[in-house]
Design a protein around this ligand. Structure first.
Ligand code: ADP
Ligand code: MG
Length: 382
């Protein structure tokens, strides 16, 4: 943190007004459910985006990232418009735009960022960047916005300003998660509950396997899945697929003629149900074997019904389970990115080795493997 403050001083010639942090996230279960008003269960990672920020009231926004070449980006806040900023600076600039567009008097800022969240790995480095910026400006301008409101504005920055059609899970996880907990989020109304998720206490660990691949196939897939789910909801006469329960699924499928839409509906309804079942298990003190089985079921559904997995993710899951993991599944948008693996603590190293060995044998590059310790959400550091 002091490193970031010192770098701010070198860049801008004064001390920052403060330093803030916001984490990346992994989603334990509930994938492609958030744009169906459904349930998700993410947790915050120890990896964070850190921002040293000073307020300025002359309409100038200066942005710098330690992690990107290219120096300070300088923008006029009243000239910000969607699509008008190129590259990484669009994320924090989009937050300033979203705040101002919602009527909040943000007059400018100097910002220096540094992040330990791996980028493009499905771990939400983008949401970490947005949320840390939103929280800093909320504090510096005394806006008094609560965490869900900040998350919504951060999502709006990504959707409308950057132009990425993401759901609200990533920003909510980064803004609202608590250490030692997973965040049970109802994306219909953004109500949430902290679910105790102290794996160490039960001798387990959650690993993230970053495949370090991103297949181009994924580019239009999100919008296509989203459109398919909306078509399914229309055909079933519901506002969103969240309205369809697991018990109603067989009947609902019988009423759908389009084979693709049926697969998407089956995934969303069954994954919502898996979130509910996972939470029931955790609340009951944790039959973690059963949780692991739900992860494996969820992966099969993403692979076979939603068809957003890829060979690297499938291999990460099968190698981990084959080496003694209780369960594993892809997490995030798929087509590369990361998988989560639930594993007995004593087997964590051998499972990680097995995954790396399987990747090597398949001729894939070495994956990144690290423990996902449920960590704190966005906060002020100093
Ligand atoms: P993910 O959110 O899964 O990591 P995205 O494609 O949504 O992947 O967001 C990654 C983008 O976020 C990067 O291409 C970059 O523009 C921006 N970004 C993330 N971390 C940083 C950083 N430390 N500095 C500057 N830009 C960053
Ligand atoms: Mg992102």
């Amino acid at each position: 943190m002091s490193g970031v403050a010192a770098e701010f001083g070198e860049l801008y010639g004064r001390a920052p007004d403060g330093v803030w942090a916001a984490p990346g996230r992994v989603n334990l279960i509930g994938e492609y459910t958030d744009f169906n008003e459904g349930f998700v269960l993410p947790l915050a990672l120890p990896h964070t985006a850190v921002a040293a920020v000073s307020r300025r009231d002359d309409g100038i926004l200066r942005l710098h990232s330690r992690d990107v070449d290219g120096g300070v980006v300088e923008l006029a806040v009243d000239a910000l418009k969607p699509g008008g900023v190129e590259g990484w600076a669009a994320y924090p600039a989009g937050v300033v735009w979203a705040l101002r567009d919602a009527g909040h008097p943000v007059g400018g800022a100097d910002v220096h960022l540094a992040s330990t969240v791996p980028t493009g790995a499905g771990l939400s480095s983008s949401a970490a960047l947005e949320v840390v910026t939103a929280l800093a400006l909320n504090d510096l301008y005394g806006l008094g916005l609560d965490r869900p409101r900040l998350a919504l504005l951060a999502q709006r920055a990504e959707n409308a300003f950057v132009g990425v059609p993401c759901g609200v899970m990533d920003q909510m996880a980064s803004a609202c998660a608590e250490e030692g907990h997973a965040l049970f989020l109802d994306t219909r109304d953004l109500s949430y509950r902290q679910v105790p998720f102290d794996l160490a206490a039960v001798g387990l660990r959650l690993l993230v396997v970053d495949t370090r691949v991103k297949h181009a196939l994924g580019d239009g897939a999100y919008a296509e899945r989203r459109a398919g789910c909306e078509a399914g909801a229309r055909a079933l006469g519901v506002r969103a697929l969240r309205e369809v329960s697991a018990a109603q699924l067989p009947d609902a499928l019988g009423r759908l003629s389009d084979e693709t839409v049926r697969r998407y509906v089956r995934h969303v309804v069954s994954d919502n149900d898996r979130v509910a079942r996972t939470i029931a298990l955790l609340d009951a003190g944790g039959d973690m074997r059963a949780v692991g089985a739900l992860l494996v079921e969820g992966h099969a559904s993403l692979r076979d019904d939603l068809r957003v997995s890829c060979p690297e993710l499938d291999l990460a899951v099968s190698a981990a389970v084959g080496a003694g993991a209780l369960g594993a599944r892809m997490t995030g948008g798929g087509f590369g990115g990361s998988a989560v693996v639930l594993v007995p603590a004593g087997a964590a190293d051998s499972v990680a080795d097995a995954v790396r060995g399987a990747f090597s044998a398949a001729g894939y590059g070495e994956p990144g493997v690290f423990p996902a310790v449920p960590s704190a959400g966005a906060r002020r550091l100093g």
